[in-house]
Ligand binder design. Structure first.
Ligand SMILES: O=C(O)CCC(=O)C(=O)O
Ligand SMILES: [Fe+2]
Length: 221
């Protein structure tokens, strides 16, 4: 990280307090205008370049030997952030700062952040799911940053969040407008992406805890 990158790793303390409270009280948080519009625009351009270079891959579900493509469950195409651009490095620096703040406030023991760009073409969705399973929860907190400026009210593509206990009860519907940031407990909050009318771009990310399986450190992704 260059000193210039570090300079941007700074969160507003009121925003941060609201995020921590949301995670503690309900298991989720959504903030509009959470990230700088210039950074969101740079990240969106990064994603557009990747799309033009055909560097996005159709997203699979499951891990290891169980990975499969299931368009009937999940229709996005992804590219893992690799620090290739200044915008990516800035975003990862911000998330690293957020990780430290969450660890200080919640003793969460988060040690790593992984994230991918996601592009949902028109008609795509992601059926209701959890991002990790209890007991094997190396993904602890899920994050989504939306990158779509001026998303139309009838554009679809919202993320629906459901109650931790009453998993049929929708508790939030998140409009994928640029700058909106959502986070939630990966093994507690069911969520889905409703069918989108327009190309929909975002960065999905996960703060992870180390989970060793049979003495082998569980690999990322
Ligand atoms: O893009 C979103 O709103 C959520 C994506 C998601 O649930 C995931 O990638 O696991
Ligand atoms: Fe998810």
């Amino acid at each position: 990280m260059t000193p210039n990158d570090a300079h941007h790793a700074f969160w507003d303390s009121a925003q941060l307090a609201a995020l921590i409270d949301g995670l503690v009280e309900r298991g989720w948080y959504v903030g509009e205008r959470f990230l700088d519009p210039g950074l969101c625009q740079d990240l969106r351009h990064d994603l557009q370049r990747l799309h033009q270079r055909q560097a996005l891959q159709e997203a699979a579900i499951g891990r290891g030997d169980e990975r499969t493509l299931r368009r009937d469950i999940r229709g996005d195409a992804i590219h893992w952030l690799d620090r290739e651009s200044l915008a990516q490095r800035r975003y990862l620096a911000l998330m690293s700062e957020l990780q430290q703040q969450i660890n200080v406030a919640l003793y969460a023991g988060l040690f790593e952040f992984e994230a991918h760009f996601a592009h949902y073409p028109p008609g795509a969705f992601y059926r209701k799911h959890y991002d990790s399973f209890r007991g094997r929860a190396n993904r602890v907190i899920s994050t989504v940053l939306y990158l779509n400026p001026d998303w139309p009210a009838d554009g679809g593509g919202e993320m629906a969040l459901y109650d931790e206990q009453d998993t049929d009860r929708e508790v939030a519907r998140v409009h994928p407008e640029a700058g909106t940031f959502a986070c939630f407990l990966s093994d507690r909050i069911p969520h889905e992406v409703l069918p989108t009318q327009h190309p929909r771009v975002s960065i999905a990310g996960w703060f992870r805890r180390n989970a060793s399986l049979g003495g082998v450190v569980d690999p990322a992704r």
